[in-house]
Design a binder for this molecule. Structure first.
Ligand SMILES: [Mn+2]
Length: 396
């Protein structure tokens, strides 16, 4: 590998910050049940503590995404506790995720609900989240709407579009000047007939209608089989409408699998679209890279370390693409050479370069091994076992 390639990769890695999800450290499961892990985090303090472990061995995860209902159950009153944890563990509060899907009131939807009082409740909750984000100096508020219906004819789809437009406009008006509203889409689940924000086009139109600080969030697992995700990313880049990612992988649906575990080439192609855009525009795309995975079977902290390392390795490969050469080959429709230029970078083993970068930053060359040797997992397994064994596991 020549010096220029090393420089490019190191610069890319310097810039790649990846946010961890607080819910990824707690016991979660499928809708059929949970397999309880004795080391899972049982409190917001333990989530911060676990996230700090991942950051310590990767150097790439300075923020922790928070779910308001789970992490700040008393809303603004819990801000001071989060601020204490930020200080204690050296990990900042990241994106603020409203919870507009868990309360019984949301059975027929949140801001798309036909009942005005429930729409009000959902909007007010998101307005509270804006205040929480402001107090925690978090920039991004990223709601995911589970709204939809299960039976044809049971809801007025167009009316619900109007409810969404009105609600999001009101929320947008309350955004602080530095804040961004990131709209996430998902085709199905929990709704199985229609989902109000089902794809990037719907999220895009709603964001446009809401205002300039509203952007689209791409959760890599929220797509149908065979969908071309990098093309969606290219469209969003073209319109300056991409705000962030939720990283995970999928085989069938929203499987929450480890990023790149099923299709690493897909992740590489997404990164490539972003890098190519940045090269053409000589600027950095302002994108929040976040993990959205909660592992039912893998050790939670190990899974996060593995995910971050995978993202770094694939991002480094995308950084190696010779954009100037590729651009010329694309212009001349030199198809095989263009494809080989892209593929050639994908097949580079960037792990030695990433290791060198870590060494230069004073980080462990093998983050997973460093974590295992640190003794942290053994300690929290002892400390938390009792609390976790009492957790609810049943489906019905
Ligand atoms: Mn997500």
């Amino acid at each position: 590998m020549n010096d220029k390639a090393v420089e490019v990769v190191w610069k890319a890695l310097d810039r790649l910050a990846i946010e961890l999800p607080s819910w990824g450290f707690a016991n979660t499961g499928t809708r059929f049940g949970k397999f309880i892990q004795p080391a899972a985090a049982t409190s917001i303090e333990e989530k911060f503590s676990d996230a700090a472990q991942v950051h310590a061995v990767t150097g790439a995860c300075p923020t922790l995404g928070l779910h308001v209902q789970w992490d700040l159950p008393n809303g603004l009153k819990d801000v001071s506790e989060v601020q204490r944890l930020v200080k204690k563990f050296g990990v900042r509060a990241g994106s603020i995720n409203p919870n507009i899907f868990q309360n019984q009131e949301y059975k027929y939807g949140s801001i798309g609900n036909p009942d005005a009082a429930i729409r009000r409740m959902a909007i007010d909750h998101i307005l509270d989240c804006l205040a929480i984000a402001d107090a925690l100096k978090s920039r991004d508020i990223s709601p995911w709407f589970a709204d939809g219906s299960n039976y044809p004819g049971s809801q007025n789809i167009r009316k619900r579009i109007g409810f969404f437009e009105d609600g999001l406009k009101e929320i947008h008006e309350a955004l602080r000047p530095n804040q961004r509203l990131l709209l996430e889409y998902k085709p199905f689940e929990p709704a199985f007939y229609h989902t109000d924000v089902a794809d990037w086009g719907m999220a895009f139109l709603l964001a446009k209608e809401a205002g300039p600080q509203a952007l689209v969030l791409v959760d890599t697992g929220h797509h149908y089989q065979a969908q071309n995700i990098e093309q969606i990313v290219a469209w969003l880049l073209h319109h300056r409408m991409i705000g962030g990612f939720h990283f995970n992988d999928r085989r069938y649906a929203d499987d929450d699998l480890t990023l790149g575990s099923i299709d690493p080439y897909q992740v590489f192609r997404i990164f490539h679209e972003i890098r190519m855009f940045e090269w053409e525009n000589d600027s950095t795309a302002d994108i929040a890279y976040m993990v959205d995975q909660s592992h039912n079977l893998k050790g939670k902290i190990e899974a996060m370390i593995q995910t971050v390392c995978t993202a770094q390795e694939l991002y480094a490969r995308a950084a190696l693409v010779d954009h100037e050469r590729l651009s010329k080959l694309q212009q001349n429709c030199t198809l095989v050479d263009a494809e080989e230029t892209l593929r050639g970078s994908f097949w580079q083993d960037t792990r030695p370069m990433v290791k060198e970068w870590r060494k230069a930053k004073g980080l462990p060359e093998e983050p997973l091994q460093a974590f295992r040797e640190g003794g942290y997992l053994e300690r929290i397994t002892r400390e938390r076992r009792e609390k976790n064994l009492g957790a609810t596991v049943s489906y019905a």
